[in-house]
Design a protein around this ligand. Structure first.
Ligand code: ZN
Length: 267
């Protein structure tokens, strides 16, 4: 074990105390907001600090990925996976969390969907790929998912869900700097995997779109493709069996207008 010098120990204590306070305030805010756990954990609140450190986030993402690989059929089409990964990496390199090691995986499923786990693990189905007309539209879907990772949306939802489920008793295990381990890591990953098919809030969607537009433009893709995807999804939302992506990332005219505005602001 490495012994900390006294100032170092004091600094660590300061960080831990700050994080402890954040957790407590977040928990109190959640309790004040009504029955904890009854709400969709993707609901944003004005006070939304992240106390799960990046090291833990990556560990949770890695474990969630292992669970998803058992749950879903991963496409064995190597060329397709390479193509999607190449587009994803090009986009991720221009994101505000480019330090993460991103992975882009094609799920072989007719389900029309795409989702992002914590830590940079992103999935897209063959079902939605069939609906996308060109590389710009693929970049639109992936850019939006990277936007969710940058804004830590699934991590925040996980954090909220864990506090609702375990209360303040998990604090001790969560605020350490040495990452998350053992049973808690497995539990966190299970919850994280189960949250991926829940509806994102309006605020989350607008944030992910704005980040996606910025990344697409920086990586040399046409961000207007994001509007085409929204129009396609809006049209499909009136159908008999709307694609799953409509319930997880609901399209709206408001989103189209905000994307238009974000593109105009870039010029
Ligand atoms: Zn979304």
């Amino acid at each position: 074990m490495i012994r900390c010098s006294r100032p170092m120990r004091e600094r660590l204590d300061g960080v831990a105390a700050k994080r402890l306070l954040s957790i407590f305030v977040l928990f109190t805010a959640m309790m004040a907001g009504g029955e904890a756990g009854a709400q969709n954990p993707f609901t944003s609140t004005a006070y939304d600090p992240v106390f799960i450190g990046e090291e833990s986030e990556i560990e949770i993402g890695k474990n969630t990925d292992e669970q998803l690989r058992q749950k879903y059929k991963i496409s064995t089409d190597r060329q397709l996976n390479q193509r999607i990964n190449a587009i994803g990496q090009k986009l991720a390199a221009r994101s505000e969390r480019k330090n993460l090691k991103y992975s882009f995986t094609v799920i072989d499923d007719e389900l029309v969907n795409a989702f992002a786990a914590p830590g940079g693990y992103i999935y897209i189905t063959t079902g939605i790929l069939k609906k996308l007309k060109n590389e710009h539209e693929i970049a639109g879907v992936l850019g939006h998912e990277i936007g969710h990772v940058v804004q830590k949306h699934s991590l925040k939802a996980l954090q909220r869900q864990m506090l609702a489920q375990f209360g303040l008793s998990i604090m001790g295990a969560m605020f350490g700097d040495g990452g998350i381990s053992g049973a808690l890591l497995v539990k966190a990953s299970e919850i994280s995997a189960s949250l991926l098919l829940l509806k994102n809030s309006r605020e989350n969607e607008l944030q992910a779109d704005a980040e996606g537009v910025r990344i697409m433009h920086a990586a040399g893709y046409n961000p207007r493709a994001m509007i085409d995807i929204q129009r396609m999804l809006l049209k499909e939302s009136g159908g008999k069996n709307p694609p799953a992506i409509i319930s997880t990332h609901p399209p709206s005219q408001e989103r189209i207008d905000a994307i238009e505005q974000a593109i105009r602001n870039m010029r």
